[in-house]
Design a protein around this ligand. Structure first.
Ligand code: 13P
Length: 235
């Protein structure tokens, strides 16, 4: 399974180094065979050799150039990063990235063979508008995206479940994952208020191939517990 930590705007470079070292040690000591990904803040990226895959939370669709505040391929290459998160709800809704911009970014990093974790998910008003409206909204997030890209992982993260402590019911997660699997056979992660207390049940669901964890992953010990759940499930 795929167990991913999105550290967002948390953990300094020193804290991230210690965090990743703790994960590496856990993976080795416990013979973990799961795919473990960590997305540090951009300024906390470091060269890394080990089993944990380090990815970028964001980068611009460029090698380099005049894009103030952004980083490009040159900066990812410096740390040998070949994994990127695209379409996270905070980038769509807080930073205002449009589907068109995301498609451009997707194609740029796809052409370079990057592993792409592409995030989708609906805001609360779309969920409350009924299944048809909700699926229409989510389907639009697939527009322009090559859903058969071999290095694609999709993360379903309902916007209203991110950082709120609310999650869909297990039945709802399973139902939507089943629908989403019809759009793409890529591995499909669930994200949104996954914690030590609910990760085991979520991971056990059919059509859930892993989890993308935010706040609860900031504690290496908690994240390792979730990794262990996945290992024990032997899915
Ligand atoms: P939380 O786990 O804090 O809800 O965040 C989920 C998320 O956005 C992961 O990308």
């Amino acid at each position: 399974m795929i167990i991913a930590a999105n550290l967002k705007t948390n953990l300094t470079r020193k804290q991230t180094t210690d965090y990743v070292a703790e994960l590496e040690s856990y993976l080795k000591t416990n013979n973990i065979t799961q795919e473990v990904l960590v997305f540090p803040a951009t300024s906390s990226l470091n060269p890394h050799a080990g089993d944990v895959i380090i990815g970028a939370q964001n980068a611009y669709a460029t090698q380099n150039g005049a894009f103030t505040g952004e980083i490009g391929l040159d900066h990812l290459n410096e740390f040998e990063i070949k994994t990127i998160l695209i379409g996270h709800s905070e980038r769509r809704h807080v930073l205002g990235e449009t589907q068109e911009e995301l498609v451009k970014k997707f194609n740029f990093y796809k052409d370079l063979g990057f592993k792409i974790i592409y995030c989708i998910g609906e805001p609360l008003e779309k969920r409350e508008a009924g299944k048809e409206e909700m699926m229409k909204y989510i389907s639009a997030q697939y527009e322009g995206i090559d859903t058969s890209y071999e290095n694609l992982i999709i993360a379903y993260e309902p916007v209203w479940a991110i950082g709120t402590g609310f999650t869909p019911t297990l039945e709802d997660i399973e139902a939507i994952h089943t629908d989403l699997k019809e759009k793409s056979t890529a591995p499909l992660l669930y994200g949104g208020s996954v914690k030590v207390t609910n990760a085991k049940e979520v991971l056990a669901l059919q059509n859930v191939d892993g989890i993308l964890v935010g706040s609860a992953a900031l504690y290496a010990e908690h994240f390792c517990t979730m990794i262990q759940y996945a290992q024990d499930l032997q899915k």
